[in-house]
Design a protein around this ligand. Structure first.
Ligand code: NAD
Length: 245
C-alpha cells in the first residue's frame, strides 16, 4: 500500500530538481503522476524513467496553455487530486539595476504560474470534495535576499496566495499548503559562486545544501490522507536554518 494509491498528481517543474524528486516519490507511493514542464523532452524522459502516467510540455505563465493541459489531464484521468507547483526560475540583479523585464518574467513564472495552475486545477477538486495543493515557495520569500527582490517578492506572494486559497477551499476538502525550502542542490542554483555557497552553508544547521530527495517527503506528507490532514495554509521549511515550531 502506497500513501498515494489511487491519487492523480499533476506536478509542474517535474523535469528537474525538487519537482523531479517529488515525481519519483509520488510514483513510488502509488500515485498516477503527470509530469509537466516547459522542457517537454525532459518531462518525457522523467516520466518514462519513473513510470509516471503522463507528461506534458507547458509554460505555467501562459493562461490558455495551463487551462488546456489541466482540462486534458482531467479528461484523461477523471480528475486531478494533487497539484504540486514546483516550476520556477531564479535570476539575480540588484533592484537598482534590474531590467523591468527580469522582474516581470520572474513574477509571471514564479507567482502568476502558481495562480494559474491553482485557478484551473482547484475548482474540479472542490467539486469532487477532495484535493491537495502543495506550492513550492522559498525561505527567500520569508527572509528576503540580496539581489533577489524579484524572486523574494514572487515567493512571498506564493505564501500569501497559499494562505488565502487555503481559507477559501478547506471546508470543501481541499487543503492548500506551501513548502519553503532553504538552499537545495539543483540546477536552479548551479550558477552561484563557491564563495556565496560557502557563506550560505555556514548559516545552515546541517552545514550543507539539501538534496531534492530530502524535500520530497514533505510533499508526500502534505498529499497524504490521513498524514497531511492537519496542515491547512501552513508553510513548512526544510533546510531553512530556522527552528520550526
Ligand atoms: P530546477 O531548475 O531544477 O527545476 C525547475 C523546473 O521548472 C525546470 O525543469 C524548468 O524547466 C521548469 N520551469 C521553469 N520555468 C517554467 C515555466 N514557465 N513553465 C513550466 N516549467 C518551468 O529548480 P529547483 O531548484 O528544483 O526548483 C523547484 C522549485 O523550488 C522552484 O519553484 C524554486 O524556486 C524552488 N526553490 C528552490 C530552492 C533551491 O535552493 N534549489 C530553494 C527554495 C525553493
Amino acid at each position: 500500500m502506497g500513501a498515494l494509491d489511487g491519487r492523480t498528481a499533476f506536478i509542474t517543474g517535474g523535469a528537474s530538481g525538487i519537482g523531479r524528486a517529488v515525481v519519483e516519490s509520488y510514483a513510488a507511493e502509488g500515485a498516477r503522476v503527470v509530469v509537466a514542464d516547459r522542457d517537454g523532452e525532459r518531462a518525457r524522459a522523467v516520466a518514462e524513467r519513473t513510470g509516471a502516467a503522463g507528461h506534458t510540455a507547458v509554460d505555467v505563465s501562459d493562461p490558455a496553455a495551463v487551462e488546456a493541459v489541466m482540462s486534458a489531464a482531467v479528461r484523461e484521468f477523471g480528475g486531478i487530486d494533487v497539484l504540486v507547483n514546483a516550476a520556477g526560475i531564479l535570476t539575480e540583479a540588484p533592484l537598482m539595476e534590474m531590467d523591468p523585464r527580469m522582474w516581470s518574467e520572474t513574477l509571471a513564472v514564479d507567482l502568476t504560474g502558481v495562480f494559474l495552475c491553482c485557478r484551473y486545477a482547484v475548482p474540479q477538486m472542490a467539486e469532487r470534495g477532495w484535493g491537495r495543493v502543495i506550492n513550492v515557495a522559498s525561505q527567500l520569500g520569508i527572509k528576503g535576499g540580496r539581489s533577489l527582490s524579484h524572486y523574494a517578492a514572487a515567493k512571498a506572494g506564493v505564501i500569501g496566495l497559499t494562505k488565502s486559497l487555503a481559507l477559501e477551499v478547506a471546508e470543501r476538502g481541499v487543503l492548500v499548503n506551501a513548502i519553503a525550502p532553504g538552499p537545495i542542490d539543483t540546477p536552479l542554483v548551479a550558477g552561484i559562486t563557491p564563495e556565496w555557497k560557502a557563506a550560505k552553508q555556514a548559516e545552515l544547521p546541517l552545514g550543507r545544501f539539501g538534496r531534492p530527495e530530502e524535500v520530497a517527503p514533505t510533499a508526500v506528507l502534505l498529499a497524504s490522507d490521513p498524514g497531511g490532514n492537519l496542515y491547512v495554509g501552513q508553510t513548512l521549511g526544510p533546510n531553512s536554518g530556522d527552528v520550526m515550531p
